[in-house]
Design a binder for this molecule. Structure first.
Ligand SMILES: Nc1ncnc2c1ncn2[C@@H]1O[C@H](COP(=O)(O)OP(=O)(O)OP(=O)(O)O)[C@@H](O)[C@H]1O
Length: 371
């Protein structure tokens, strides 16, 4: 998969810019606060329909403008697609090849992001790992994101209803309808997470062994709020969810909260049997994250027959020389990659003939050199 061009209008500090990236490695360099991450963010937004750092969509609109647009030409295998996003403070619209399209049409576009906040994937709260499961692992199955959006909606409506029941403004019978939806989408999400992780974890373990020259064994295990045995079908998870949920209904009403379900689950990550979150060094935690990111690329290729776009925001030079080289070797000539950095650190030498260096200065982008 490749981005042929991307034009930004009033996106963050880009007033009007057209970027025709190299099909290989794109190193985006410049001083602090010039627009490097904004550029990465625009690519991510274009392919996911949301930002990875803006709290509200209106944050991406240039402060002096009222709306923003992103137009990109994207090639996926033999298909050429024109993606257009138009957004104002209240809503956003997607067109693919000129036709109004639902956001779920983007579920087939692959993008892997590695940014400084990803360190929290290992050392942060369970919420961080759920974010990883929902936004990064989930899209490896094209049905996941839609199920997740539906679950999130049902969950919020059910929580409001629990409050109404507690306050005696609604009756308990009303829960039945929401419960069926909650169990249906919840079971689907858990089932899909387990399916994807079964494929992803062995790849990540392999990569991690390579990164650490065989000295570290990575283990990852899905921790569910439900009691699940291995190999369950979606229907069986539904039944387990339904019966466990019924037993705690009065507690849920008291707390006005849905206590069980995929929104409470976690992923345990350990190295040589020791929990990476508590005992791993910064370097080890970074390596675990890197292994997981690289495994996403490989699994996407296995599942869909092409590599997704890779976005590395301010992380390459946080890795030691060996990991930098390993990462770059893995993506070279295979993955269209965008790397932001204040200094290039000589990696252009490594990349002879495989990419381009771009200079960003106050929202202007210029080609510095082909490498
Ligand atoms: N909506 C917006 N409209 C205009 N400018 C914005 C908007 N949002 C952010 N900016 C500005 O964009 C500038 C560039 O931000 P960006 O995060 O891309 O910098 P960067 O080049 O990645 O810097 P660093 O190397 O420090 O990470 C910031 O100075 C910020 O104030």
């Amino acid at each position: 998969m490749q981005i042929g061009s991307i034009s930004l209008n009033n996106f963050r500090n880009y007033k009007n810019v057209c970027f025709t990236p190299h099909q290989g490695i794109n190193i985006i360099t410049g001083a602090n606060a010039q627009g490097k991450t904004n550029l990465i963010e625009s690519i991510y937004f274009c392919l996911r329909g949301r930002s990875f750092r803006a709290e509200k969509d209106r944050d991406i609109i240039n402060w002096q403008g009222e709306n923003t647009s992103i137009n990109a030409e994207v090639k996926v295998l033999t298909r050429n697609l024109a993606i257009q996003w138009l957004a104002n403070a209240k809503n956003k619209k997607l067109k693919i090849n000129g036709n109004d399209s639902p956001r779920s049409d983007l579920d087939y576009f692959g993008v892997v992001l590695f940014c400084p906040e990803d360190m929290y994937l290992v050392k942060g709260s369970p919420q961080e790992r759920r974010r990883f499961l929902d936004y990064e692992v989930g899209p490896l199955n094209p049905h996941y994101s839609q199920a997740w959006r539906k679950y999130a909606k049902v969950l919020s409506q059910r929580n409001s209803l629990l409050k109404e029941i507690r306050d005696r403004r609604s009756s308990q019978d009303m829960l039945e309808l929401w419960d069926q939806q909650l169990f249906k989408y919840g079971a689907k999400i858990i089932y899909l997470r387990l399916q994807i992780l079964t494929k992803l974890i062995p790849i990540a373990r392999n990569i991690h062994q390579g990164i650490t020259s065989g000295s570290e064994e990575l283990q990852a295990k899905y921790l569910s709020s439900l009691v699940l045995e291995p190999g369950l079908k979606e229907e069986q998870i539904y039944q387990i969810f339904a019966s466990a949920s019924k037993k705690i209904r009065s507690t849920e009403i008291n707390r006005c909260q849905t206590i069980l379900g995929p929104h409470r689950d976690d992923l345990s990550l350990s190295i040589n049997g020791i929990e990476a979150k508590t005992f791993g060094s910064q370097g080890q935690q970074r390596s675990v994250t890197l292994s997981l990111k690289l495994s996403q690329l490989e699994l996407w290729f296995k599942e869909f027959g092409y590599y997704p776009i890779l976005l590395l925001d301010d992380v390459l030079f946080e890795l030691d020389q060996k990991r930098q080289t390993m990462l770059l070797e893995r993506v070279q000539n295979k993955v269209q990659t965008f790397i932001t950095t204040c200094f290039t650190g000589g990696i252009e030498e490594f990349y002879k003939g495989a990419g381009a260096i771009w200079q960003v200065s106050s929202g202007n982008l210029t080609l510095k050199e082909e490498i």
